[in-house]
Design a protein around this ligand. Structure first.
Ligand code: ADP
Ligand code: MG
Length: 437
């Protein structure tokens, strides 16, 4: 897999062609890879002197090797001890702020989520029970699925520090898999996933449609399942509603413990608002809490956003927290959310991904059958989900005008009329788009 140290090993193999063993061991023996991310490759050497030599003489060679491996340009950064320290501290912090608050202690329990919460707690005792495996947590966006997944991670890592816990979004799993296949790094890929004691896979609905990768997914799942390792999935819908999923995979999902999370009822919304405000060190007046709970009823992410915004106004604008000020702020918030339509990029990307194509395929003039259909769907969805005109929609695609868009839309509409399976596809892609924007 393309972990930094694997990449570094491969870079060294390439460097070996150009450099003498002496040069290699002099300059690179105590050098190790730190991170590879966004086309930036960080390496560390403990010696300030060696850093200056690496910077001066070898950066180009290393870049060349990375270019050869990835067919793309890299920036190479050499860190000495100080640089490494700064970087690790920054990384710790961002990891911290991202998911460290997603613990069981911070999860407010109510009617709509108590079963999922109890199930998550049950798998956190570390004794994987057959009946609880896999745990399949599902529910709409913003209801706490990712929160519970990380809560399990925290709890297990506290109780069993030696456990190898792998948390991955299913999209990243797929991307890694595709890269591993292309680069011939399947052994490393399998080691990473099949060596897990606990596998947490977020937003599993994204594997739908990608038949060629479902095989590897299935094998990974089985390898862990058969040796009794706990697996937890989350999804925005139950297994029965994930279309274009191999039956044997659906059956596996259904064979474990499904746990749904429903939108919070008013009592839970009140509790969550209080909790979020308290975490920010603020006690909200009861009438304000009730007002928010009555008016925002879809999901927790939105509640949390409202509480943060109200408190920010209090702090920055010295605004009192009253029902009147809160009414105004919530109005502003809704105005904002109406504007946030999905972008054409997201629509094209998600449609392409569903058909294992790239955005460029869809934008291009390619006339392959799958590409044509996916392009027609993308045009249809752009018209449906954004405010773009027919002409503007056509302009998003290479060499297409409004007549092409019109005929694409009527094609899609006629498919929709004829085939329930096709309606499911459109629904899946639409909800993938919505969960992105
Ligand atoms: P999902 O993965 O279902 O889309 P998240 O887990 O990302 O939702 O939750 C969205 C936000 O709402 C997160 O900040 C999370 O901490 C918060 N949240 C959701 N449910 C609860 C809960 N029951 N108690 C406290 N916070 C919650
Ligand atoms: Mg989530």
């Amino acid at each position: 897999m393309n972990s930094a140290s694997d990449v570094w090993d491969k870079v060294l193999t390439i460097l070996r062609n150009d450099l003498s063993e002496t040069a290699l061991s002099t300059w690179f023996d105590d050098c190790r890879a730190v991170q590879i991310e966004n086309n930036r490759f960080f390496i560390h050497t403990p010696s300030v002197y060696k850093k200056s030599i690496l910077d001066g003489r070898f950066i180009g060679t290393i870049k060349g090797a990375l270019g050869e491996l990835f067919s793309s340009d890299f920036e190479v950064i050499v860190l000495d001890d100080d640089g490494l320290k700064v970087m690790t501290e920054a990384a710790d912090k961002s990891e911290y702020s991202l998911s460290d608050e997603y613990t069981f202690e911070n999860f407010v329990v109510g009617n709509s989520n108590k079963f999922a919460h109890a199930a998550a707690l049950a798998v956190s005792d570390g004794n994987s029970k057959k009946g609880y495996n896999p745990l399949f947590i599902y529910g709409e966006s913003g209801l706490g699925k990712t929160h519970l997944l990380h809560a399990i991670r925290h709890s297990i890592s506290k109780k069993f520090p030696h456990y190898k816990i792998v948390y991955v979004k299913s999209e990243d799993f797929l991307n890694e898999l595709v890269a591993a296949i292309r680069k011939g790094w399947m052994t490393e890929f399998r080691e990473k996933y099949r060596g897990a004691d606990l596998l947490l896979m977020d937003d599993i609905q994204f594997i739908a449609g990608k038949m060629e990768t479902q095989e590897e997914f299935f094998n990974t799942f089985n390898a862990l399942y058969e040796v009794g390792k706990q697996i937890v999935f989350t999804s925005d819908r139950p297994p029965s509603e994930i279309h274009r999923l191999e039956d044997r995979i659906r059956t596996r999902f259904e064979s474990g413990l499904p746990a749904d999370i429903q939108p919070p009822d008013e009592a839970l919304r009140v509790a969550i608002i209080r909790n979020k405000a308290e975490q920010l060190g603020v006690i909200m007046p009861d009438d304000v809490v009730d007002y928010i709970a009555e008016n925002l009823d879809s999901n927790v992410r939105q509640l949390e956003g409202a509480v943060k915004m109200i408190i920010a106004y209090r702090d920055i604008m010295n605004e009192n927290i009253t029902v009147a000020t809160v009414t105004q702020r919530l109005k502003d918030m809704f105005k904002g959310s109406k504007d946030s339509l999905p972008t054409t990029d997201t629509i094209i990307e998600e449609t392409a991904r569903y058909y294992a194509l790239t955005s460029d395929d869809l934008r291009s003039q390619s006339r392959k059958r799958d590409t044509t259909l996916a392009r027609q769907i993308a045009m249809y969805l752009i018209r449906k989900l954004t405010n773009l005109s027919l002409k503007e929609t056509g302009a998003v695609f290479e060499g297409r005008d409004h007549t092409t868009v019109m005929s694409s839309i009527s094609k899609v509409e006629s498919f929709l009329k004829d085939s329930p399976d096709f309606s499911n596809i459109i629904r899946d892609i639409t909800s993938n788009i919505n969960s992105k924007s």
